[in-house]
Ligand binder design. Structure first.
Ligand code: SF4
Ligand code: SF4
Length: 66
């Protein structure tokens, strides 16, 4: 895996239908891709390794490398 926070775009249902990871991340690691409305990682250096995104994603789309 490249990087420690990764979104599997094939699994992610998008920020409009879901967006839970965006809401729960306390560090602002995620944003919305303007083209496909999926969630993208924009600031993984700020990640606090809290696992909230991974635990809350119902679609198992978040991959954490720590
Ligand atoms: S919680 Fe999972 S399915 Fe929902 S927007 Fe985030 S990565 Fe996508
Ligand atoms: S593990 Fe926590 S801080 Fe890191 S991206 Fe997920 S919700 Fe944000």
């Amino acid at each position: 895996m490249v990087g420690k926070v990764r979104i599997n775009a094939g699994r992610c249902v998008g920020a409009i239908r879901c967006g839970v990871c965006l809401s729960v991340c306390p560090a602002g690691c995620f944003s919305i891709d303007k083209k496909n409305r999926k969630v993208v990682v924009v600031n993984e250096d700020a990640c606090m390794e809290c696992y909230a995104c991974k635990v809350q994603c119902k679609y198992d789309a978040v991959e954490l490398g720590f």
